[in-house]
Design a protein around this ligand. Structure first.
Ligand code: PXP
Length: 237
């Protein structure tokens, strides 16, 4: 299974002093040495962590694929068109949220999202959509021309009882199957860590995971290259 390393929180630490260290570009290169198959960053409207400078440099510096998470706005589409990442992941964005709170409701804005996907596709950028594990959202992603879906694993990760774990896993499994059947690339992510990733790895239709916070938190103690390679070992199959 492939690992997309999210380096946003390296930039969070840098922005705490508004200086130049630690550099998410350096982090991405170390992550690649540890085995990351893709580098993910979320360029937020408020620029709280990742800056435009980061995405431009990452595009040139990394050997793997750059995936930019972003809101489906005109301004962001223009930035993506000029940076030319391998993939864009469309996410909902609320100004005061601590992290992305849920998947994009594709059914709410099919026409607008279809246009955004067409514009990004015309620049040869693949488009993934971050969605909650609901079958109707997967069908809508397919209908509007998305190339991939990233299934939100937050409900699974936060499940407090065995029953909730099984129910939320079933939803991820069923939506992954449906997405794969429709020909979409299937990714998953959000709140995955070294303890909960094992059950997600068993879902055969999921090709790639996007993981950030848990790996960066572990890197503080063991180093980033080691933290990434430990996660890679857990998701190998
Ligand atoms: N996928 C998406 C769409 C996200 O917004 C995030 C958080 O930036 C992640 C994955 C990674 O989540 P975490 O940091 O909890 O691993």
């Amino acid at each position: 299974m492939r690992l997309g390393l999210n380096v946003d929180h390296i930039a969070t630490l840098r922005q705490a002093r508004k200086g130049s260290e630690p550099d998410p570009v350096f982090a991405a290169l170390l992550g690649e040495l540890g085995g990351a198959d893709a580098i993910t960053v979320h360029l937020r409207a408020d620029r709280r962590h990742i800056q435009e400078r980061d995405v431009t440099l990452l595009k040139d510096a990394i050997q793997t694929k750059l995936n930019i998470e972003m809101a489906a706005t005109n301004q962001m589409v223009e930035i993506a068109a000029s940076v030319q990442p391998y993939q864009v992941t469309l996410v909902p964005e609320k100004p005061n949220e601590v992290t992305t709170e849920g998947g994009l409701d594709v059914l709410l804005n099919e026409a607008g999202l279809r246009q955004v996907i067409a514009r990004l596709s015309s620049h040869n950028i693949k488009v993934s959509i971050f969605v909650d594990p609901h079958l109707d959202q997967i069908r809508a992603c397919h209908k509007i021309g998305a190339h991939a879906v990233e299934i939100n694993t937050n409900a699974y990760a936060m499940a407090g009882t065995k029953k909730a774990v099984e129910e939320t896993l079933k939803a991820v499994d069923e939506t992954a199957k449906m997405a794969s059947k429709l020909g979409l690339a299937v990714l998953a992510g959000h709140a995955l860590n070294y303890r909960n990733v094992d059950r997600i790895v068993k879902i055969a239709d999921i090709e790639e995971l996007n993981i950030g916070h848990a790996i960066i938190a572990r890197a503080v103690f063991v180093g980033l290259r080691e933290a990434v390679s430990e996660m890679k070992a857990l998701i190998r199959r």
